[in-house]
Design a binder for this molecule. Sequence first.
Ligand code: GDP
Ligand code: MG
Length: 166
Amino acid sequence: PTFKLAIVGRPNVGKSTLFNRLVGKRLALVDDQPGVTRDLREGEGKLADLRFIVVDTAGLEDVDDDSLQARMRRLTDRAVAEADVVLFVIDARAGVTPLDQTFADILRRRGGRILLGANKAEGRAGLSGAMEAYSLGLGEPIPFSAEHGEGMEALYAALQPIADTF
Ligand code: GDP
Ligand code: MG
């Protein structure tokens, strides 16, 4: 028995970095250049004793601002439709952006199990951004650093009770 976790969020918040950390292979390309990762990518996730399927939503990096929202909505819809749990990620250093708010509204309306991740929170850098994330109305933000591997125990604590139901 396993569950499927979809990682969603606007471009550049660190979705693919987290995907790579959970999957442990470099299946999703991480790059600062636009146009590198595309659409949905699946892998076998592992976090301590938890095993699950992870979906990384990409394909958002290569579109202009005008089409970004529509494409985000389509891809997120696809990822979320298949997922048992959605991890909505923000950049804790950047704080909550209008695009994050739009995204959070879409997810909240859809319902289902949604976790809120505040990435790039290594050290104390992301503290205020993580606090800001409470305003999204998606519950308690989970601060972590996908790049540095910090806060993975908090992510585990959030996923573990969900895993138990599968
Ligand atoms: P995506 O577009 O959401 O998939 O984001 P990426 O995983 O491609 O990461 C975008 C940028 O954020 C890259 O330069 C990453 O190195 C950086 N990044 C990802 N995770 C972290 C983190 O935990 N801390 C910091 N400081 N940077 C990060
Ligand atoms: Mg990516």
